[in-house]
Design a protein around this ligand. Sequence first.
Ligand code: C5P
Length: 399
Amino acid sequence: MLKHKKILIGVTGGIAAYKLPLFVRLLKKAGAQVQVICTPSALQFVTAETLSVVSENPTLVHFFDEKTGMWNHHVELGLWADAFIIAPCGANTIAKMVQGECNNLLLTTYLSARCPVWIAPAMDLDMFLQPSVVQNIETLKSRGVYVIDAESGQLASGLEGKGRMAEPETLFNTLEYFFNPPNTHWKHKNILVTAGPTFESIDPVRFIGNHSSGKMGICIAERLIQLGANVHIVLGPSHETPPANCKFTRVTSAQDMLEACETAFEYSDGLIMAAAVADYRPKTIHPSKIKKDDAELTIELVKNPDILKTLSLKKTEKQFCVGFALETNNQEEYARKKLNEKNLDAIILNSVSSQTGFQTDTNQVTIFDKSGKHIDSTIQSKEEIAVFILDTLNSWIFE
Ligand code: C5P
């Protein structure tokens, strides 16, 4: 419920700023108190007067009120707010937030804020793909800033792609959801999640790995955190940023992952094993770089431990284990077989196509449980698939 919540909104210069009065309206209708801070360039896209009228508070832009000469106290603003949302948040402000710069009221307030902070990035598609912007957003995420992902569609430049600010309703729902998450069985549960590939060393510079990005497991971990679970994520060598508000263990090989999971599983109510563990590893790791003198090279491989099976065979009545399966043929048959052989409560079958599986932002899954039930999702973003998975498991496992 947003009633009586104090919401601070930062607006930066971007065409999407024209949608902000609608967002403020939604918050006011829900009974929230709203204070808007604009950067000077935001005022080229939306007027301070419009935002003042809809928020029922003077829009702040400068450190000093031009009429009264009074100081707009950024520390007080930062302490007043229950939530601070910067929307649209352009590349310039994102970069300054990373650097800790504070040459306007919005940035100083960000540095002083103790409440949770969201950004809703908005920019042109090529800017959004710039490695510096990508890295800056990841840095903010790793520091605990929540990111409301940009949407794809027609951009102000006339180009089409990802970069549109999320719609005002999405911004509103994000806050509403934060303050009033649905009451599920996930709340206060200790959940162990694995994600990413494993790399198995051949010599000091080479390894055997796979294309798993780790995104699906990270989306599951993020959703669990939103639902109030205590999450421990064990992440293989992935470039994705793990969520900030959970316990995090970085591993490289399957054996590292097994070790980390064995300890963590003891304190967990359940395991969701989304990692793509390498099935085999080189029998020996060559101590120095293997020279390419020979025309052929044979590497002897040995089977890695099955982490999921090892843990699920030890699970108590109160614990659950869920695995993933990625098959290219006889998908359903193999998934059900794995469910039984690995003693799982449920298994999530990933389909493999250009839009689903490894290295994609979207996925399509079928979930099977041990009683024989199954349910299909449509193709959705990995964030939405995480919602689908956890909603299904919530009713199948705990009820
Ligand atoms: O047997 P398969 O690799 O298809 O099973 C996939 C499931 O088992 C996934 O949940 C994966 O994380 C897990 N797994 C494991 N240890 C392995 C191989 C797979 O935990 N060595």
